[in-house]
Design a protein around this ligand. Structure first.
Ligand SMILES: Nc1ncnc2c1ncn2[C@@H]1O[C@H](COP(=O)(O)OP(=O)(O)OP(=O)(O)O)[C@@H](O)[C@H]1O
Length: 614
């Protein structure tokens, strides 16, 4: 590993104690370079003159090149819509070039080699929106990150813990280490602390390259300055830092080594930040004294308002000026340091163990995932228990038993839609972690699946006790097994929905619609033989069918006598509902099979479609 010298901290929030902590953040050096990145998209819009729809090509990145070496911090600046985030995404490989209507060209090189799938082992990307698990404290979040990201074969638990604490300290999070991230139920960290924690979790494995999208947006100037000074220190310890920044205050500007000014996807300047004022002065745009240079450059680049520069001309001139030529010759020498082999990831079983541990406590402590649902089920089942108290064997009791079982199979399953918003929050965490190479998809899916089981079992057990005992239903064990498997399947179905919808409101609507249809088809509203041919596929497809039938057979098969002119025993009820001669265990197997099938589908959707590319 190349040793880099430690510069004394010059930042707010960086004491000499933390300067020692920074020393442990020395990284394996890596240079990142990009050459001629060009990105075109096809847009459909109404022609302003004719009003007719037409397709136009929009160039979002226009032949951009750059290079950032270990120990440097590059700020990508530009007006809103200038292409900053798109460039950062392009550098990180987060643009899907294969989507229809897109054309992406150019190369990204890491240490002189084309970026490949090992990129996430050397680079971390901190996105603008935080995506962290809400019930965990800063300390817990950092420990899980360290356990997941630092190879266990190369570290002891104590070393991982020490590293997590060190990064927490470096990013000034000691004072809130026992504060939870927070959510709609509970207040947690402030915006600035969340931003720092988002950076800290990625730093825990010492990424050689750190990419950050707008690390200071939404923060007050003191918090912004604090974060930028931390980043500047990291750069001084050898990390290659690239960040986009919308409008840096002058204190923040002072931290940049390199500066890239973008306008409409074109490069107006790339080079040493300290030389930018001279450069633009030479180009005929002197920065007024007492002005913040960053504000001045942004005014030049912002074509939405009066007073901007001639963008086409500046972009053309840059390539011909010494700064542009210096960039071209720097790109010809992509590496100026020794290259160390990249670290490796933890194995599947290690990932599974840590993710399972994390998922268990996340579920247990997230009120939306467990507690609120448990209370909902308890309340509803209490109502059901009292409503159907001590059912007998008269004609109306037959109806009540069937209706109660239908309600259990339909509505208790339906209530699983309540968990959808929390799954969508989880999806954002998964996307961030997967895109940064934290683990493989099967480890995540298996851990989430296994760890959902204890909570669902408790909900099923409590519900069974509150329904079966007061109502006097038969077959407690099978009822419990059927309800448990149905809820496991319903939850797997919600996972699938959460993985395909853009917003939880659409997910709830979609889930409700599918469940509504399955309820129609499950053999209660219409018995199987009466379901029209064109809907019979719904009967076979709905897992509700098998769940309801298992409840029915479990309940009625053993009843030898009914005091009713229509049905003399339970068997006759089953014949009426076309459910005779069905083995309960087979239906339970089908429901369980559905759960596994849906989990496999969920994992496949994550694997193929959720790579963190846009
Ligand atoms: N896939 C796409 N299809 C169509 N337009 C796109 C696509 N991706 C980006 N754009 C457009 O490209 C431009 C640059 O977007 P980008 O998000 O990179 O800007 P930005 O400089 O980061 O802006 P901001 O500071 O507001 O975040 C915008 O006009 C955006 O609408």
């Amino acid at each position: 590993m190349t040793t880099l010298t430690l510069s004394p901290p010059r930042a707010h929030g960086a004491s000499s104690a933390s300067s020692l902590a920074y020393q442990s953040l020395r990284v394996k050096p890596a240079t990142i370079a990009w050459k001629d990145l060009t990105y075109d998209v096809k847009l459909t819009r109404a022609n302003p003159q004719t009003g007719k729809k037409e397709t136009i090509d929009k160039r979002i990145l226009d032949g951009l090149s750059g290079i950032v070496r270990p120990g440097e911090m590059l700020a990508i600046c530009g007006p809103s819509g200038g292409g900053k985030t798109t460039l950062l995404d392009a550098i990180a490989g987060r643009i899907d070039p294969n989507r229809k209507g897109r054309k992406f060209m150019g190369d990204v090189l890491v240490n002189g080699k084309l970026r490949d799938e090992t990129f996430s082992m050397v680079a971390s990307y901190v996105q603008q929106e935080h995506a962290l698990q809400t019930p965990f404290t800063v300390k817990e979040t950092m420990r899980y990150a360290a356990d997941l990201l630092i190879p266990h074969s190369e570290s002891t638990p104590e070393e991982r813990r020490a590293r997590a604490e060190n990064v927490t300290h470096v990013l000034g999070l000691d004072s809130c280490s026992n504060t939870i991230v927070g959510d709609v139920f509970r207040k947690g960290l402030s915006g600035g602390q969340l931003r720092r924690l988002s950076i800290a979790v990625e730093l825990v494995r010492n990424p050689s390259i750190l990419l950050l999208d707008e690390p200071t947006s939404g923060l007050d100037s003191a918090a912004a300055e604090n974060i930028m000074s931390h980043l500047s220190h990291l750069a001084k310890m050898g990390t290659t830092v690239v960040c986009t920044i919308h409008q840096p205050p002058s204190e923040v500007w002072a931290n940049f080594d390199k500066f890239l000014l973008l306008s409409r996807g074109k490069c107006l300047y790339f080079g040493a930040a300290k030389n930018a004022v001279d450069y633009f002065s030479r180009m005929g745009y002197p920065c007024p004294s007492q002005s913040n240079p960053a504000d001045f450059f942004l005014r030049l680049a912002n074509t939405d308002f009066e007073g901007h520069a001639d963008i086409e001309l500046l972009a053309k001139l840059f390539k011909e000026e010494p700064e542009g030529m210096a960039l071209t010759s720097a790109l010809a020498r992509p590496i100026e340091h020794a290259i160390s082999p990249a670290s490796h990831r933890n194995g599947f079983m290690t990932q599974l163990m840590i993710l399972s541990h994390r998922a268990f406590f996340n579920n247990a402590r997230n009120p939306g995932i467990f507690l609120v649902r448990l209370v909902m089920y308890i309340m509803l089942c209490l109502l059901m228990g009292f409503m159907f108290w001590n059912l007998g064997h008269g004609p109306t009791d037959i109806n009540s038993r069937v209706a109660l079982l239908f309600f259990v199979a339909a509505f208790l399953v339906f209530m699983s839609v309540a968990v959808l918003p929390f799954f969508i929050v989880e999806r954002a965490v998964f996307l961030r972690e997967r895109a940064n190479g934290w683990y493989v998809v099967p480890a995540y899916v298996l851990a989430s699946f296994f760890m959902s089981l204890p909570g669902l079992f408790i909900i099923s057990l409590v519900s069974t006790i509150l329904v079966v005992l007061p109502a006097g239903l038969n077959g407690f064990g099978v009822f419990l097994a059927d309800l448990f498997l149905s809820l496991v399947t319903a939850e797997a179905f919600m996972c699938v929905i959460a993985s395909v919808v853009p917003h939880y409101i659409i997910g709830i609507a979609l889930g409700a619609a599918v469940y509504g249809f399955f309820m129609l088809c499950e053999g209660f509203m219409k018995v199987k033989n009466d379901i029209p041919d064109y809907f019979i596929w719904g009967y076979y497809m709905a897992f509700h069918t098998y769940s309801f039938r298992a409840f029915m057979v479990n309940e009625f098969e053993g009843i030898k006598y009914f005091d009713s002119p229509q049905f003399h025993n339970g068997k006759e009820v089953l014949v009426f509902y076309n459910m005779e001669d069905h083995a309960v265990w087979k239906d339970l197997l089908v429901v369980g099979g559905w759960a596994i099938g849906l989990q496999v589908l969920f994992g496949s959707i994550l694997q193929v479609f959720h790579k963190g590319k846009r």
